[in-house]
Ligand binder design. Structure first.
Ligand SMILES: [Zn+2]
Length: 259
């Protein structure tokens, strides 16, 4: 009986030992992550504090829009319910707004500052024409004049009161309706294409009918035919002047702000 009891105690002892051993084994993986947790946290702490500013620097240029090569949606301004759309180099066009400088036929600065506004339909179609030019020939527009507020038309008239050169303010130019644009073509290096005369050259050489070399005729034809496809019509005596024909607007007094 005693021997049986001893065996039982012995067996129970063994069982307790085995259970304790099992507990010890399962403790090992429990304690191991505690130390590796610290390691992981340490590793995590580095990426959070260190690479973040660099990541930001790396990502920022990628988030920026491509510089001046592709067009952005143009900004639209309005006053008293009348809308104008501003075009700028951000839309892929070059601006050389001559009446905001002395570099024009009057040799006087007419505009307080140079900004290019057109009626939305005209602006939208001009940008479509620009897109086609880019795709077909690698050319872009260089714009000399856009919307010309009535007050600025009056300034022009006061300096050159001659209907052969300037539209009388009372009659009103298509520029003062926000539908006309003066422009030429530039190549991929920004160089103006040869149009036979400079902008605002008042003489027969600026007429479409003038017998220029073939290269000049080709350049004028590219400009005129592209503009016509997008609703703009030229005039006989000025190769640079185009009016949008598919919309009508009254003369406008609004003058853009100068910053
Ligand atoms: Zn014009």
């Amino acid at each position: 009986m005693m021997i049986r009891m001893q065996k039982l105690y012995y067996f129970l002892g063994l069982l307790v030992c085995l259970l304790l051993l099992q507990q010890c084994k399962s403790d090992t993986p429990m304690s191991a992550p505690k130390s590796s947790d610290k390691v992981e946290k340490k590793h995590q702490a580095e990426p959070i504090t260190k690479p973040n500013p660099e990541d930001h620097k790396k990502e920022t240029p990628q988030e920026e829009p491509p510089t001046h090569t592709e067009s952005e949606p143009p900004k639209t301004s309005s006053h008293a319910g009348v809308h104008f759309t501003e075009l700028s180099t951000k839309n892929g066009v070059e601006l050389d707004l001559r009446y905001a400088t002395n570099n024009n036929f009057t040799h006087k600065k007419i505009y307080d500052c140079g900004r290019c506004y057109l009626r939305p339909e005209a602006a939208e179609n001009l940008l479509k024409a620009q897109q086609e030019l880019k795709e077909k020939f690698g050319y872009s527009f260089k714009i000399f004049d856009c919307f010309r507020p009535k007050a600025y038309q009056q300034r022009l008239w006061d300096i050159v009161p001659d209907a052969d050169y300037v539209t009388p303010p009372a009659k009103g130019s298509m520029h003062s309706r926000g539908l006309a644009v003066d422009l030429t073509l530039i190549d991929e290096h920004g160089k103006e294409l040869d149009m036979g005369t400079p902008f605002d050259y008042f003489g027969e050489e600026a007429h479409y009918s003038y017998d220029h070399p073939e290269a000049v005729k080709r350049n004028r034809w590219i400009l005129k035919s592209t503009m016509e496809r997008y609703g703009f019509g030229g005039i006989r005596t000025e190769w640079w002047h185009f009016s949008y024909r598919k919309a009508t607007y009254p003369l406008d007094e609004w003058v853009w702000e100068c910053h």
